[in-house]
Design a protein around this ligand. Sequence first.
Ligand code: FES
Length: 575
Amino acid sequence: MTGQNENGNLRSARWWAPDDLRSFGHRSRLRQMGYTPEDFLGKPVIAIVDTGSDINPCHQHFRQRVEEVKRGVWQAGGFPLQMPALSLSEPIQKPSSMLYRNLLSMEVEELLRSYPIDGAVLMGGCDKTTPALVMGATSAQIPSVFLPAGPMLRGNAQGKTLASGTSAWRMWADRRAGLIGRAEVDEIEQGIARSAGHCMTMGTASTMTAATEALGLTLPGASSLPAADSRHAQMAALAGRQAVEVVRLGLTPARILTEEAFDNAVTVVAALGGSTNSVIHLIAMARRAGIQLGLERFDELSRRVPTLANLAPSGEYLMEDFFYAGGLRALMARIADLLHLDALTVNGQTIGQQIAGAEVYNDDVIRTLDNPLWPEGGLAVLHGNLAPDGAVIKQTAAAAELLVHTGPAVVFENYDDMAARIDDENLEVGPDSVLVLRQAGPIGGPGMPEWGQLPLPAKLLREGIRDLVRISDARMSGTSYGTCVLHVAPESAAGGPLALVRTGDLITLDVPARRLHLEVSDEELERRRAAWTPPPAHYERGWGKLYSDSTGQANEGCDLTFLQAGPPTPEPAIH
Ligand code: FES
């Protein structure tokens, strides 16, 4: 599908233009809503795909932003239609919003396909909404502009700046260590999230909106704009105008989402010290575009890109500071030599044109190349007999002294087992231990929840220990930190070697060598494998069953296998 065919005919004209009974029905129903043919005939129909709802605090400003997008669409001669879609609310949806990313992507694809849509503004930002919207529009091949929700303002309480997630994890460790009480928790609860917008650390939301800008799917600078800034509202109107323009220019996702564009996104994520979740999402997004992005590419690019963004959880500042320091355009200008500058964007310009002239206003927030936060990108990809298909670690958010470590495993069968025993005074665990959690992957979780930052045992917290090596097939919030090896593939529920680890086994983590090794002989592992039985399935029906039966593993992007790029899906018949 494209917004218009080679003769310049709009896709929507198939619904509105013919002199037949069906089109009469379509037109009469638009008139039922008060529109006249001057509003819609011959005009690009722009779907405003809105993932806001009353349950999504990060998108609470979308109700107003939809009106601003509509203003832009009308100004440019288009016909705007708001289309609400599944609202994935990261902090509230259970068992994990990740279980529903693919469902939203399917909904977006079919919304765009089954209605008379020529172009779209995709409104998202809260974690999984960004990849899901892009995946859906890519599969539908409808020209689209992505409008990021924008980060919320810095948190503030007790005279201190607070970071989404990151400050909460630290505060809760202090609470469990008995260092703070209920009253202090309450004050932080009031002030940690104090405006519309997504999490304001360089967590998954900020990483994915930045990656989407680097892919060329947003207007320049859009991903860094705080939600509460009046320039964000201006950006919404501009996105509406540009959505009409991308239809006229025929800028389908296929023209934007090239291999070079994905290299740019991975490079930018590395320079940002971005979320580990971006690995899964970018692989899934690329595969919808027919590009076989693999884990190795992340490691290759990450090794040659220094981390320049001094943003939590790896560094000290927040997205509001990043915006004032020049934002993503300025950071990209600083690594321009590492980018494909001729990659096309929805602005009709190249990435090189988009970032030309961008300046950094604070060298501590966006570091210089000779004074990086970390000499490499934040992410490292590990392999070994414990992760034959790979695992991921955010080395910039880990304890430096644990990046090369051998220690005995303490194994938890699943989250409930971990929760029941982690604070047991009799748990045999010490500073050298390696905590292992299984049953937390795409099938086992289910939905690969963000359990990868396993809590530290209370008795070690009281001794002042604040990090241990932790290994799981789970994901971790982009706002989290610690020496957490994540996304171990294949996952334990699918029979991956993580299922075979026993408490007391030695495990070696060597991040510089990109190695994750279980110090158990192949023969012994074969014996254990022969005795292994898969855990019972979580679902016998519904979406959960469809998801569990069809999801790929973490290294494949966790997309449903039948949603990846394939032969074109036919346009709907209209009769
Ligand atoms: Fe929405 Fe973090 S909760 S982005």
